[in-house]
Design a protein around this ligand. Structure first.
Ligand code: FAD
Length: 267
């Protein structure tokens, strides 16, 4: 079995089923990476699971680390740690073990940071809409914490979650909105009836926010395939629904074979 080559430096509980983990390498240097990329993390199957865990859907192999991919949420400027924003899947193999980790515990961190979900191929003056549900906001935090805010075009984050307490990084995104010119943040929740206090923000699905022209109202001009790139990350229903909306408006999905304005990461 591979060596556990990293250490849990910090754990922050965001909501009952979401945590932010900071992981630091032990005696090796983090490689260079592009904001938006992901890396594998892993734990041995012998690690205990958190009390909230239910029976596993897939039985892990006893002699192999359980590894999964996670988007990096931290800046690529700091090489001291990498940060992840992770949802507990109660019947999952890895996340119930991750949610049982304490500060100082060991973990496996992959040494290859990969992925095409980056701002690399988007021209400086293009506008960018970064759309996420749940922990799908992680790669955008890496972009914003690295150098995305130095770009010339507008940047908008639309973040959807069930409830306000699931909107991780909302304090940081609200702060950025207050201090960074050209940056805006639209949080939306879909289960407002469960809120314990008044929610004054949006309560629509992200597709509805797009279709009602919220971005045009905010920017004062219509986002089109000529002036805007759209990034989609998180829940497959949101991702597929948004691709449908965007294709009606003339946007094309970006791939290795075809340059387009819709960039997708499916969790
Ligand atoms: C490129 C990439 C980046 C990713 N980045 C992140 C990230 O930043 N944060 C994050 O939380 N996850 C992320 N994921 C998902 C992650 O890799 C795992 O799939 C997830 O954490 C579940 O792992 P598990 O071992 O606990 O569950 P598994 O044992 O793999 O799955 C158990 C069961 O739960 C289902 N399932 C899997 N994920 C979910 C879910 N989110 N909600 C409900 N059911 C689910 C599976 O279909 C399966 O039936 C990413 C995935 C990819 C491919």
């Amino acid at each position: 079995m591979e060596e556990l080559n990293a250490i849990v430096q910090q754990v922050v509980q965001v909501s009952p089923i979401m945590k932010v983990f900071r992981v630091a390498p032990i005696g090796w240097e983090l490689p260079d990476f592009k904001p938006g990329q992901f890396v594998g993390i892993g734990l041995p199957p012998t690690n205990a699971k958190c009390p909230e865990a239910t029976e596993e859907v897939v039985q892990p192999s006893p002699d192999k680390l359980i590894k999964r991919a996670y988007s990096i949420a931290s800046s690529n400027i700091s090489k001291d740690f990498v940060e992840f924003y992770i949802t507990l899947v109660h019947s999952g193999a890895l996340t119930p073990r991750l949610f049982n980790l304490q500060i100082g515990d060991k973990i496996f961190l992959g040494t290859k940071f990969v992925g095409m979900f980056t701002l690399d191929e988007v021209a400086e003056d293009q506008n960018i809409v970064l759309i996420a549900t749940g922990t799908g906001v992680a790669p955008y935090m890496s972009m914003l914490r690295s150098d995305a805010l130095k770009r010339k075009g507008n940047i908008l984050v639309i973040h959807g979650a069930a409830n306000s307490w699931d909107l991780g990084y909302s304090s940081e995104l609200n702060l950025l909105q207050n201090i960074a010119p050209h940056f805006e943040y639209i949080p939306t929740i879909t289960m407002s009836e469960k809120e314990h206090s008044k929610w004054n923000g949006k309560t629509q699905f992200i597709q509805e926010i797009w279709e009602e022209g919220a971005v045009e109202k905010l920017w004062g001009f219509k986002p089109t395939a000529e002036n805007t790139h759209i990034f989609l990350c998180g829940n497959p229903n949101m991702v597929n629904g948004m691709i449908e909306c965007l294709e009606k408006d003339g946007f094309v999905e970006h791939s290795r074979k075809q340059a387009g304005q819709i960039h997708v990461e499916r969790f």
